[in-house]
Design a protein around this ligand. Structure first.
Ligand SMILES: [Zn+2]
Length: 348
C-alpha cells in the first residue's frame, strides 16, 4: 500500500474509510471505544462470548466490580449497532482510541463505520505500561515514532486502515520510563505527520502539568494536544486554569458516569454530568471555550444501551439539552462538539 505524504493529508481529516473534507466531520465524540479489551493482559485467558449478568448492573456500573465480560467487547455487530445510535441522535463522528495493548481491530471499525453510517477516526500508538507488549521496552524512540507515523500514513496493526490522530498515549502513576519514551515518540510523530495528539494522564492531579512541561521540552504543539479524563484528574480551579492557560485542549470524557465512586482511585470524588458542565462553564468564562472537547470514553459493556447503559448518544440525548437549559449558547456548544474537533482532526 502506498504511503500518504504529509502534503496529501494536509487540510484533510482521516477516518477508517479514508481521507475526508473536515467539514464532513460534523458533531464529534472525541474519546470512545467501540471494540476493546481492557481486561488486564494477565487475566485474558477467559472465554469472552458469555453474556453479562445484568442482575449485577449497579455493581458493574457504579462500583466498577471487575468482570472480564464487562471489560471486553470484541463483537463488530455490537459496535455497529452502538455506533449507529450516534447518527440517529444528531452526531456524525466517533474518535475511537483503542490502541496497542487494548486489542485494536481496524478492519472491524471500518466495517462498523460502513454499516452504521457513523464516521470513525481511529487513534494509534500504545496504551499504559501495564498493557503494553514487553517488547516495547527494548525499542527506540525513533522506532516507536516511525510505527505511529506508519499507522497514520500507511496502515495500522497489519491492515490498510489508517489512523487519524495519535493516542490515547497512556500514562500510569508513577509515570514509567517506557511511557515517557512512548510520549516522546508521539511528539516526534506529531511533528512528522501534523496529527493531533491525545493523552491519557496518570491518576494524579499534578500529572497533567508534568505532561505540559514534557510536551514543551519535546517540541509538541500544545494547541493540538488533548489532556484526557480531566473529570477524574483535576479537582481545583488553580490546576484547571493553569492547564487551560498553557494552551492544551481539555477533555471531559466521562459523561454518563454519574456516581461519585471511582474504583481506580477511590480517594477522589468523581463529578456527575452537572458538575462537569460547571467546570466547563468556568473554563469558557476564562476565555478558553475553543480548548474544550467532551465524550463518554465507553469501555465497559454495561455502559452500552443494549445492556441498559447510557450509550454513545447520551451526550446528544441528555447532555446537550442540559447545556441549553443551563444557558450555554449554541456557539459555545458548537465549538465543543464541532469546531474544536474539526480543527484538531484536520492534519496541518
Ligand atoms: Zn479511552
Amino acid at each position: 500500500m502506498a504511503r500518504l505524504t504529509r502534503d496529501a493529508m494536509r487540510g484533510k481529516a482521516q477516518t477508517v474509510l479514508g481521507l475526508i473534507d473536515p467539514a464532513e466531520l460534523g458533531s464529534t465524540l472525541m474519546h470512545e471505544h467501540l471494540i476493546w479489551n481492557i481486561t488486564p493482559p494477565p487475566e485474558r485467558d477467559k472465554p469472552v462470548a458469555e453474556a453479562l449478568d445484568l442482575g449485577q448492573w449497579w455493581d458493574l456500573q457504579t462500583r466498577m466490580v471487575k468482570d472480564y465480560r464487562n471489560s471486553t467487547q470484541l463483537d463488530v455487530g455490537v459496535a455497529t449497532r452502538a455506533a449507529a445510535e450516534v447518527v440517529q441522535h444528531g452526531g456524525r463522528t466517533i474518535v475511537e482510541l483503542t490502541i496497542g495493548g487494548l486489542m485494536p481491530n481496524p478492519e472491524g471499525l471500518a466495517q462498523a463505520s460502513r454499516e452504521s453510517g457513523t464516521q470513525i477516526v481511529m487513534g494509534c500508538g500504545h496504551y499504559v505500561h501495564d498493557y503494553q507488549d514487553p517488547a516495547n521496552e527494548g525499542r527506540s524512540v525513533d522506532t516507536l515514532a516511525q510505527e505511529m507515523v506508519d499507522q497514520i500514513q500507511l496502515g495500522a496493526w497489519g491492515t490498510e486502515v489508517r489512523a487519524g490522530l495519535l493516542g490515547e498515549i497512556g500514562c500510569q502513576w508513577p509515570w514509567t520510563d517506557l511511557e515517557k519514551k512512548m510520549l516522546a515518540a508521539a511528539c516526534l510523530a506529531q511533528q512528522e505527520t501534523g496529527a493531533a495528539l491525545t493523552i491519557h494522564p496518570a491518576r494524579h492531579e499534578d500529572h497533567p502539568w508534568m505532561l505540559v512541561e514534557f510536551l514543551r521540552a519535546h517540541g509538541a504543539d500544545l494547541s493540538r494536544t488533548i489532556i484526557d479524563h480531566i473529570d477524574r484528574t483535576i479537582f481545583d480551579d488553580e490546576r484547571l486554569f493553569r492547564l487551560a492557560d498553557a494552551g492544551v485542549i481539555l477533555e471531559w470524557d466521562l459523561f454518563g458516569q454519574e456516581s461519585s465512586y471511582y474504583q481506580p482511585n477511590p480517594d477522589i470524588d468523581m463529578p456527575n454530568d452537572a458538575q462537569r458542565l460547571r467546570d466547563i462553564r468556568k473554563v469558557i468564562d476564562r476565555g478558553h471555550g475553543d480548548q474544550i472537547v467532551i465524550s463518554h470514553d465507553i469501555c465497559h459493556t454495561v455502559q452500552l444501551t443494549e445492556n441498559g447503559g447510557h450509550g454513545y448518544a447520551h451526550i446528544y440525548k441528555q447532555v446537550l439539552p442540559l447545556m441549553r437549559r443551563r444557558g450555554f449558547t449554541e456557539a459555545e456548544i458548537d465549538a465543543i462538539m464541532v469546531g474544536t474537533p474539526r480543527r484538531l482532526l484536520t492534519f496541518i
